[in-house]
Write a protein that binds this ligand. Sequence first.
Ligand code: CA
Length: 396
Amino acid sequence: MTWLDVAPDSPFGVANLPYGVFSVGDAAPRVGVRIGDRVLDLATALNDRVFAAPALNPFMAQGPAAWASTRDRITELLVDERHRGVVEPALTPLADARLHLPFEVGDYVDFYASEHHASNVGRMFRPNSDPLTPNWKHLPIGYHGRSGTILPSGTPITRPNGQRKAPDDAAPTFGPSRRLDIEAEVGFVVGAGSPLGSPVPVGEFAQHVFGVCLVNDWSSRDLQAWEYVPLGPFLGKSFGTSVSPWIVPLAALEHARVAPPPRDPEPLPYLADDGDWGLDLAIEVRLNGHLVSRPPFREMYWTPAQMLAHMTVNGASTRTGDLYASGTVSGPEPDQRGSLIELSWGGKEPFALPDGTTRGFLEDGDEVAISATAPGPNGARIGFGEVTGRIEPAAG
Ligand code: CA
């Protein structure tokens, strides 16, 4: 319990303490921790210049011992009122703070780890064969994405132009995407990298991954459908990927850890589960303020520890600031699907919004907000905040 006036049921209490990068007025961006509806300036409160940087990278690079001791120091400042004189001058109301991309993004990988999502998409695109590809339950499938277009939450998303070709069109045409979509995902931020030639075992996940954020992997389904054979996603994905402003440290998610779904078949030994890194995150997707889906992250087949182990098993290195995302989070129920292509079944079954309109895919002006919470200690909730974006018309 903190001595600050933070509601006991706040999802941003002392059990959470997510890190972000903020600025006030014309001051340079720096690292802060969210407590309630305020931001604690860590460079000031901890008298440590590593937090005066405009990104979390220098702090994350210090590794897991520094992450733990820093969290302990921040917790002490906030629970022991004797530190009031140090803390109060370092607090900024969230409403006065501008939030930035919290880390400098290194490499970006996007996985495809939801069995329900992969099965739904498989049923739509390959109706006459198995929904899952033969490799799907043997390895977490992924692709290397474009880190340069990872955007802070709130950045407008311009509808992309590109080549579109419906199956019965004779030839492709060029123009604005007609099937613009979202993908509600969870992102994992590498804090301490791993050298070339050193795979990261499943059991060493928490020594490398610093924290977790929310990701909206904006997707153009018409561009994607025409371009992706045989090498996978390209321009249908690379025009923008939004991330939430707060990085929830793994240490705040101990009470959210759950066993992943049963494995059938058992994966190869390097992917054997070790430590139950399934996570019970309750995600909510809102379109123009209306709740349209509640994807449950605990249903994900592959854990983030298995994703990191697979991503590095060939000897690939990782670096501070690398981001990997889970892939669209979808549960077994129709109202748990994390993309519009699933919610509208390829656009064939548009769904109604309370304002009387219907959607198959996104329209110009639509605003999407993805949020999540997780269980914390003693009934507390751990908040992730939200990742938002509004669709702007395509460039003429
Ligand atoms: Ca994706």
